[in-house]
Ligand binder design. Structure first.
Ligand code: ADP
Ligand code: GN1
Ligand code: MG
Length: 372
């Protein structure tokens, strides 16, 4: 997909949504690796009102119409549940899809691109790097609350927007194939990373086997619970709204908790090159566990609870596998901004796996206490 040239593109696009007023300005927004996100300000009867516009990456999400159907169902369900509970400020607590002028939840541009729009949630922000234990607690509480809100979703099973998204066995096999083919001749410089990963092959089946044995259930899960996918209110510092709903679909609760451990326990950026900075910080993990149990503790079963620490290690390994695969394939999936960017990201993930391994016993001991 061609790069966005901001105002020009959005001027054409925004007229096709049910938004009144005139476009004042727009600019790229956020640090997502997949979609193109812009924040746009409109003048509505003299008031400045902001919206988020996103062009869905349909090379990755092959069926954007099914994806938007999921998002409509999930956001409607969350809003209805919040309303029923008498929660105030609902427009800041759940995303709300702005419909296109033809009534559909997306607009298709002349080049075939799929656009969607949400009201901008003001007075809150996302964080790429965790700053304190309150943020960890709040992020986990909010993702647990989200799982709770959509747990009773009626009707057909949600579409799998990316099949086998968290199938770690498949992710591992795909990497093995790419290593064998080495299409860009990059393998020689990543043998240490590949050795590290293949030395942990036995981990990739553990949750899949538990699921196949009926010990952990399929649920409606978010599947991309990065710290920067939860908005934290600027004044109350509470987690108010979960965003980035493209991968909401059937999954395991542990995939969601694992990705929180991956993204909210280390003080280093995902692409940090000084690996001595990468570490799983126990106070952050403890805050995640407490926050998550405060909203998800009521529905998680004992096997899920026993695997909270393990899930962090697994998801860090899984994303490390995905970054290495993309590096070897020539950077075709994740947006990159410098040479070896995916390799740098892979290395932080593997450093985090190592740090979790070193502390796993203590992490499990904490979970045992917290779930007594
Ligand atoms: P990506 O899939 O590319 O990660 P996201 O949906 O996560 O895209 O959006 C990127 C960033 O934009 C988020 O991390 C968040 O900071 C911001 N964002 C997304 N939706 C909203 C919204 N409705 N209001 C305010 N900020 C938002
Ligand atoms: C992508 O879209 P974003 O940046 O929130 C990716 C996640 C990865 C993450 C790694 C659809 O998330 O699966 O864990 O990057 N999303 C997709 O940072 O592949
Ligand atoms: Mg995101």
């Amino acid at each position: 997909m061609k790069a966005l040239h901001m105002n020009a593109d959005l001027t054409d696009v925004c007229h096709n949504f049910q938004i009144h007023g005139s476009l004042l300005e727009s600019a790229p927004y956020g640090n997502g690796h997949i979609n193109d996100t812009l924040a746009a300000a409109f003048s509505q009867s003299g008031t400045r009102v902001r919206y988020i516009f996103q062009r869905i990456n349909h090379r990755i999400f092959k069926n954007p119409e099914a994806l938007m159907e999921n998002i409509l169902r999930v956001t409607n369900e969350a809003r209805a549940r919040l309303e029923a509970a008498g929660v105030p400020d609902i427009s800041r607590r759940a995303l709300c899809v702005v419909l296109a002028t033809d009534g559909r939840p997306f607009y298709r541009d002349k080049e075939g691109g799929y656009w969607r729009c949400y009201p901008f949630i003001e007075g809150a922000r996302t964080y790429d790097i965790i700053q304190n234990t309150n943020q960890a607690y709040e992020a986990a509480r909010a993702f647990g609350e989200f799982q709770n809100l959509v747990a009773g979703l009626e009707g057909p099973r949600l579409h799998e927007t990316i099949p086998d998204f968290h199938n770690t066995r498949r992710r591992f096999e795909r990497l093995r194939e790419v290593v064998a083919a080495d299409p860009k001749g990059r393998l020689a410089s990543v043998t240490a990373e590949w050795d590290f990963i293949r030395g942990r092959e036995s981990l990739v089946d553990i949750l899949l086997d538990l699921q196949a044995a009926g010990k952990i259930p399929e649920r409606v899960t978010h599947n991309d619970t990065k710290l920067n996918n939860v908005m934290i209110d600027d004044s109350t510092e509470t987690g108010i709204c979960v965003v980035d709903l493209d991968t909401v679909m059937p999954g395991l609760a542990l995939y969601d908790f694992g990705d929180m451990v991956r993204t909210a326990t280390s003080p280093a950026a995902e692409d940090e090159t000084d690996l001595s900075k990468v570490r799983m910080q126990m106070p952050m993990f403890q805050a995640l566990v407490r926050g998550y149990l405060s909203t998800a503790g009521g529905f998680l079963n004992a096997v899920e609870k026993n695997h909270l620490a393990f899930s962090g290690k697994l998801i860090a390994l899984e994303i490390g596998i995905r970054f290495l695969t993309d590096h070897l394939e020539g950077d075709v999936y994740f947006k990159t901004h410098r040479p070896n960017h995916n390799l740098d990201r892979c290395r932080t993930q593997l450093a985090l796996v190592k740090s979790i391994e070193e502390q796993e016993e203590a992490m499990n001991a904490f979970v045992r206490e917290a779930t007594k």
